[in-house]
Write a protein that binds this ligand. Structure first.
Ligand code: CU
Length: 162
């Protein structure tokens, strides 16, 4: 049941039966009445598909080539990405740092993954631990060799159902 149909059902219940004055002690929210967590219709989330491409503010390209599982599920996820420089050529050096957070819950992930980008601009991330259902924001930072600050960043926002 979606949240809106849940509310509609509650309103019609109040109108028809005067539930507000009921002495029934059963809580309105609990295991039987809470909807299954879904955020697919959330306007912030992006449809998740293999081949999804993002561009950073400094024109680096980030392509999510493969994801296992696809779409992402609660638990450990593995992604393969390709990074291109502002001219569109493979960015074949440096490293990719991945961070994750849940904006609705006000918490981050317990991990940060930094992996080397190979000479073809490819990078694999194997330990993306998305440990709760909901909206996840995953930030990708590409950093050149011998540099501390990220050269460019991009953010995926997507729904992990549960
Ligand atoms: Cu959370």
């Amino acid at each position: 049941m979606t949240r809106s149909s849940c509310c509609a059902a509650l309103v019609s219940c109040l109108v028809a039966f005067g539930c507000a004055e009921s002495t029934d002690e059963r809580p309105l929210h609990g295991p039987e009445t809470d909807p299954v967590v879904t955020c697919e219709a959330d306007p912030r989330v992006q449809p998740f598909f293999e081949g999804l491409q993002l561009r950073g503010r400094h024109a680096f390209g980030f392509v999510l080539r493969t994801a296992a599982p696809a779409p992402p599920l609660v638990g450990t996820n593995s992604w393969e990405l390709s990074i291109s420089d502002p001219s569109g050529m493979a960015f074949g050096s440096g490293r990719l740092t991945v961070r994750a957070s849940m904006p609705d819950h006000g918490h981050g992930a317990t991990w940060t993954d930094t992996s080397p980008i190979n000479e073809h601009g490819e990078v694999e991330v194997h330990e993306l631990d998305l440990f709760m259902p909901g909206v996840w924001r995953v930030t990708l930072e590409v950093t050149e060799d011998d540099v501390v600050e990220p050269t460019d960043t991009a953010t995926f926002t997507f729904c992990v159902e549960g």
